[in-house]
Write a protein that binds this ligand. Structure first.
Ligand code: F6P
Length: 344
């Protein structure tokens, strides 16, 4: 058994825990070999790799990042890329690849599988927006980092009677914002799934602060947008993969709130601190379960699936069902659980 493994897209706490688990299962249970390709598909196409064995993976369980690097390079966006991937399969006599990635990388894995390159997917992203699984690893760590930042912001907000905006990641979805907002006792949580009505936000905050000494915390997912036409949004740079560099919408919203209410605001953008450092125990467990499950699917020859979590059990979901889709926030949950605390 010879497996290629790669970590693709933005990094996330728990990647090394998955690698370690894949290697342990392949080497110890099946006497096989794992080849780690550096910087995702770049390493596959440019033949940049290393053998990952149990000794190479010692001590990496709690380490953030990924020991084999990551990138957003995709074979379908590279001239002759798919042929280069096929050549790598032949050269290294691979049974297939374990692809650890988010929605974009899993969609690419689904396309490769369709085009004859065997792939098993592992759902990774702090954003928790992959369909077919209730959890991606990295999410729990990001939520813990955000909620502890919110805890700290409460006291300084109270000292100054300010409204503190806290911007968290969540490009298309508001799972991190919703969970961190609930865990941190936010006054309001603004998510990409629901256009932001600043008139309503300002009205609620103004009522809350009227005549009283009060502080508020507004959690904003970076992908949140004002109701169309109500406020100028933000211009974002685009990187060489066509990926917008988000960040800063909370500054626009905070300035608008201050203009409307006269209440002083401050903005904290948590940024990549949410993705760095050691995974929580829960993410280490989930990542390890995913690694074992992915290597087992490969050993069974069950290619073309993603491993996922449903009702706390590991399942195999066809990659084709995951590709091109995103799991958004359950709006009933948002309305029932987050809304009652809005500005109250
Ligand atoms: O991993 C997904 C994500 O965390 C998004 O929420 C965020 O917009 C993006 O990564 C940032 O990516 P980059 O590392 O390219 O800045």
């Amino acid at each position: 058994m010879r497996i290629g493994v790669l970590t693709s897209g933005g990094d996330c706490p728990g990647l090394n825990a998955v690698l370690r688990a894949v290697v342990r299962l392949v080497e110890r249970e099946h006497g096989g070999t794992v080849i780690g390709f550096r910087d995702a598909w770049r390493g596959v196409m440019e033949d940049d790799w290393e053998v990952l064995d149990v000794s190479r993976c010692r001590g990496i369980l709690p380490r953030g990042g990924t020991i084999i690097g990551t990138s957003r390079v995709q074979p379908y966006a590279t001239d002759g890329g798919v042929d280069l991937v096929r050549a790598a399969v032949d050269r290294h006599r691979l049974d297939g690849f374990v692809v650890i990635g988010g929605e974009g990388s899993l969609s690419c894995a689904a396309d490769l599988q369709r085009d004859g390159v065997p792939c098993v997917g592992v759902p990774k992203t702090i954003d928790n927006d992959v369909v077919g699984t209730e959890r991606t690893f990295g999410f729990d760590t990001a939520v813990a980092i955000c909620s502890s930042a919110i805890d700290r912001l409460h006291s300084t907000a109270e000292s100054h009677d300010r409204v503190m905006f806290v911007e968290v990641m969540g490009r298309h979805v508001g799972h991190i914002a919703l969970h961190a907002g609930l865990a941190g006792g936010a006054t309001m949580t603004l998510i990409p799934e629901v256009p932001v009505d600043m008139e309503a936000v300002a009205g609620a905050i103004a009522r809350r602060h009227a005549g009283l000494s009060y502080a508020s915390i507004v959690v904003v997912a970076e992908g949140a947008q004002p109701v169309a036409g109500s406020l100028d949004g933000t211009e974002y740079e685009v990187d060489r993969f066509g990926h917008q560099r988000l960040g800063g919408i909370s500054q626009v919203l905070a300035a608008d709130l201050e203009r409307r209410t006269g209440i002083e605001t401050r903005v904290t953008i948590l940024g990549h601190v949410q993705r760095g450092g050691t995974p929580t125990a829960q993410d280490r467990v989930l990542a390890t379960r995913y690694g074992v499950a992915a290597a087992s699917a490969a050993a069974d020859g069950d290619w073309g699936v993603m491993v996922g979590l449903q009702s706390d059990r590991i399942v195999r979901v066809p990659l084709a069902e995951v590709a091109g889709r995103r799991k958004t926030v359950d709006l009933d949950l948002y309305e029932q659980v987050a809304r009652p605390f809005f500005a109250s």
